[in-house]
Structures are given as structure tokens and as C-alpha cells.
Write a protein that binds this ligand. Sequence first.
Ligand code: SIN
Ligand code: FE
Length: 291
Amino acid sequence: MQIVFSTQQWTENFFSSDQKKAVESLEGGNILHFPQLAFALKPEEIKFLSPEYADPQAKNIGYNPKLNVLWGAQRLSDDERIKLKAMLDRFSQSAYNLVRNLLPHYVNSIVMARTSFRPVEISNRKTSYRKDDKRLHVDAFPSAPNQGRRILRVFCNINPHGEDRVWRVGEPFEKVANKFLPKISNPILGKSALLRLLKITKSYRTLYDHYMLQIHDRMKADEHYQINADQQELRFAPGSAWIVQTDHVSHAAMQGQYVLEQTFSLPVSAMKNDAHSPLRILEKILKRPLL
Ligand code: SIN
Ligand code: FE
């Protein structure tokens, strides 16, 4: 379920035995937990620990480290905007350093995606069931098809009031897939092309994306499943970090405020053992290629 590392620095070097353990555990659906890996804020950044800078319409404040673009934020002066970007940029570099040193197997193929800052308390956030991350789910995005690529995320709890990030972690992906796939039919012919044409999706929604999105939605919609599926509570204290492949680890974020997160995208071909990927697991169950 979780593998604990005593890492204290984002630039730490690892023994090859730790690197091997990390990649195998991660691909096997475990969470890599770093209870002593804090992300230090600069004095001028402390003020960002407030929900007031988050646009109420957006779930998170987002940042694209490649393009230096921020979104989902409000009420920032020009100077504050620069400072918040610098904070997110520093986190994205820290997350990259950790991934590079701990998971060198991925270093030539991993792609840095967006960074997020989540300053809104989760437990009292009201949303539609599809957007409700308090329900167990695997990650899949309606407008941004992954086309089989893995979603690898680095989180760090920067809560200044001692509040843990509380997750529920559910059953292994293969069990999830076996439960929900029989209820899912093929996409309507031409739908993916139309979604692309209308620019509703940023790239073509493959069969893989169709099934992942359906699994995501059906998991969240199933009240009985939410309560009765095998699950366990995990708590991430302030000053701790964790790495998880959220496309195959069933998870729900129940409580907490102020977390930083960096997303990476990884081709299935870069995995040490691609049989663990949701793509290969779905293909095995459905007995057909999905890309
Ligand atoms: C999620 O990926 O569902 C939310 C995780 C979090 O914000 O802790
Ligand atoms: Fe999620």
C-alpha cells in the first residue's frame, strides 16, 4: 500500500537498491511516502496559504512550468503573481529532482506536465459527483486524453496548521477494471472525431481514454461501491510528500488544505514492467488493442 522513504532533501541521491524498490513498488500500485520531505516556503510566500487567491470556479490553481503560465487564481497583484509563479516553479523543479534521482529508469521519457496548488479545504467543498474527488476514483480527464500514458504525481502537504491530507485508497486497478468494464459499452461511432473537431478534447479520445473515463465516472457514481469497496485510510502529515500513479491507484481525497502537486506523463513503453499499466490490464481483460 505505501512504501516509506526517510528522504529529507528534494535533491537527495539514492542507492540503486532504493531506486529499484521505488520503481517496482510504484508500478505495482503502491504509494511512495516521504514523511520527512517538507517543501519550505519563503517568508514572502506564506501569504499564499489562503483560499482567497483561488478562483471559486476552478478546483485548483494551476501552473504550466514550461510556458510560465498561471490559471485558476484571482486577486493577485502583478508582483504577487510573479511570486506565486516562482513558488510553483520551485516546487516543480523540486519534484523533478526527486523523480530524476529516485526513478532514473524514467528519466529519458518522463514529461513534466502542469503543477497545481490546492488551497481550498476539501472536506466541505461541494461539486458534482464527477468532479468530487472525495469519491474513490482513478484519474482520467474528459478534455485531456492520456492516450495510454501514465499519470505520475508528486504531492506535498504544506499545511501550516498541522492538518493532515487524508486519503482513502481503494482496491488494485485490475479488480476495479474487472468490476466496471462489463457495464461499459464501446463509444458511439464517430464521437471521438467529433469531440476533437469541436475542440472539446485537446487530442483524440482513444478507446483507452473512453474506458478510463467511464471507469472514473462509474466508480464515482456508485454509492454502494464507495462504501463497500475494500479501502484504507492514509494520512499525509504537513511536511510530508508522496508519489503515486493516480491512473491506477484508486484514491479519494477526504480532508486537508494546502497541497502542492506536480504531474508527470510517462509513456507505457518507459515502464520497467508495462504489464502493470492500466492500458495493458484493460487490453488483457478486453482482449483487444485500445490505441
Ligand atoms: C485527487 O487526485 O483526486 C485529489 C488528490 C488531492 O488533492 O489530495
Ligand atoms: Fe484523483
